[in-house]
Design a protein around this ligand. Structure first.
Ligand code: PHE
Length: 340
């Protein structure tokens, strides 16, 4: 019993003397570890003569509890002191302005696509998403280009290893998808998205690029509607005083077909490097939807008509921002991208 009393005294004195958490933990091991003094004292109960065993056991347990409480109180105090210290040392000035976040930005193609989308939205066109992996049927045949049609040469094609499955060379196959979904209702949509062509990459042509297709179908849709829509678009995109020039052209899926030029927004038609001294910039191909294509979409070419157009947003962005190399768009050069 006297051993127990001195053990308690010693343990308490040493506990008072501990200065930090490490010392506290060491103290805990010394008294309560596997070979700790309190642990051993408790284990000794069996050796105590039976007459004293009960009293010894009770006292040993009381000491164990008292020391454990004292230890935990001291540990808690220690932790609180540490917390106070670190709060004082690492005080946060909540009035400091935050660090600015580095924000990304939209790719110039995305910006251009959004501008085009909002202009056509104002003209009543909805956006229709169409697939990038197409079949030969939709990309060519239903657009009035049977196999071996020489016009297919206008679109050098990436074929997949599955016969008849290819990467769309233009957004025009989307016309078929929209028509088959909407028929017999009238249509006014644009179809933006990526197209792919097996071509040599140069300053002027890429193997992947965006197009925005437009399609309007209804009763009494005329070429005047087409020209008016395109002119309205060019003026919203490039400036109110833009002039639009329409040249006769050829596409298998439109008849008649046209190519649309706009007076150079850089030199106002006087002739400069951007328009190669011609004063004109080509902005899109277009035309009245071919009767065969209308039929393939489910429409009756004798009662409805429509116009379609297709343009390249990267080309448009090059014009708008004076970019001279189309390869910049997918080169992932931040020095280029950060300018937009
Ligand atoms: N699909 C044509 C091209 O890629 C563009 C076009 C679309 C022309 C719609 C006329 C009508 O060149």
């Amino acid at each position: 019993m006297s051993d127990l009393a001195s053990l308690e005294q010693r343990a308490l004195t040493e506990l008072q003397a501990t200065a930090d958490e490490a010392a506290l933990r060491a103290w805990n091991t010394k008294y309560f570890g596997k070979q700790g003094e309190v642990t051993l004292a408790l284990r000794k109960v069996g050796e105590v003569p039976p007459a004293e065993r009960k009293a010894y056991g009770q006292e040993a347990n009381r000491i164990k509890e008292a020391l454990t409480n004292a230890y935990e109180a001291k540990l808690a105090g220690q932790k609180e002191r540490q917390l106070k210290q670190s709060l004082a040392a690492e005080a946060i000035d909540v009035t400091l302005p935050g660090r600015p976040l580095i924000r990304g930005r939209l790719h110039p193609s995305t910006q251009t696509l959004r501008t085009i989308g909002s202009i056509f939205a104002d003209l009543g066109f909805q956006i229709y998403r169409s697939r990038e992996v197409e079949d030969d049927l939709t990309n060519f045949e239903l657009l009035n280009m049977p196999p071996h049609h020489p016009a297919r040469d206008m679109w050098d094609t990436f074929h997949t290893t599955t016969p008849g499955v290819l990467l769309r060379t233009h957004t025009s196959p989307g016309q078929i998808h929209v028509m088959r979904e909407y028929c017999p209702r009238p249509i006014r949509v644009i179809l933006p998205g990526m197209c792919y062509r097996y071509e040599a990459i140069t300053v002027r042509s890429e193997i992947m690029f965006n197009q925005v297709e437009g399609l309007a179908i209804g009763t009494n849709v005329t070429m005047a509607d087409q020209n008016g829509t395109i002119t309205a678009f060019a003026r919203r995109m490039f400036g109110e005083d833009r002039q639009v020039r329409i040249r006769s052209s050829y596409f298998p899926f439109t008849e008649p077909s046209i190519e649309v030029d706009m007076d150079c927004s850089n030199c106002a038609g006087k002739g400069c490097g951007l328009c190669k001294r011609s004063g004109w910039l080509e902005i899109m191909g277009a035309g009245m939807v071919h009767p065969t294509v209308l039929k393939n979409g489910g429409y009756d070419p004798y009662t409805v008509s429509g116009f379609a157009f297709g343009m390249g947003p990267e080309r448009i962005a090059m014009r708008k921002f004076g970019i001279d190399d189309i390869r910049q768009f997918w080169a992932n050069d931040l020095r280029f991208l950060r300018q937009f």
